[in-house]
Design a protein around this ligand. Sequence first.
Ligand SMILES: C[S@@+](CC[C@H](N)C(=O)[O-])C[C@H]1O[C@@H](n2cnc3c(N)ncnc32)[C@H](O)[C@@H]1O
Length: 253
Amino acid sequence: MTDKNTNPEREWFGEEKVTPTEKTRKVLGVFDNVASKYDVMNDLMSAGVHRLWKDRLIRRIRPKRNQEFLDVAGGTGDIAFRIRKATSATTNITVCDINSSMLEVGRDRAIDRGYLHNFDFITGNAEDLPFEDNSFDVYTIAFGLRNVTHIDKALAEACRVLKPGGRFFCLEFSHIDDPAMSKLYDLYSYNVIPKIGKIVAGDEGSYKYLVESIRKFPKPAALEKRMHEAGFGKTHSLPMSLGIVCIHEGWKT
Ligand SMILES: C[S@@+](CC[C@H](N)C(=O)[O-])C[C@H]1O[C@@H](n2cnc3c(N)ncnc32)[C@H](O)[C@@H]1O
């Protein structure tokens, strides 16, 4: 199978057709632009509901203090901090992101919270993780996978770095099945979110991309198939909020 067939998202930057190299560069640019306003924008765009989705993710994970955690596309640290809160100061948590501006905000937030120990912030690409095989018990990626150019490479890398028996959790925007609700959601996201981006972050284009990229992300069944192809033995999808978001889970057997 060609790369084009296995990674159709690689040539879409939102609704704009680009080369894979351009996509990676443009996604880097988006998060460079939004890093300083990223957290406040999340609260504004979702009316704070992203916090509930992230809390639900942590309840699904049920983190244990002796486990090794990797949060990929970890950005400003929301998932890593929740894992720390649910475990202990001796638990090792690695946050990896391709964008150092996002990681810098995350590092500052960690210092503000007094999370100084057993936290690693590493710049790296989900498609080529700078970690040994079989290193982590839990891999998380929240609102990150749809920004990755080659999703299948990222899934294979997730499987590689997980220990046998390790678990993969992807929290991502998904697809609403109900046509009327889907139309309402489209009206809101296409029209309102880029405007909020313009007013609060001075950047309409980045938020237009973030909305458009949601529509390009595979539906749960398609993603589960790709997770199996990447090496996960068992998978599960948990839609939330009418399908606006979904937690995709995989087990490395
Ligand atoms: C929408 S933010 C999510 C941040 C955080 N996980 C959260 O839930 O708030 C997406 C993050 O994915 C990162 N990202 C995009 N492409 C990536 C890649 N190929 N490898 C690693 N991180 C990537 C971006 O830099 C950005 O920090």
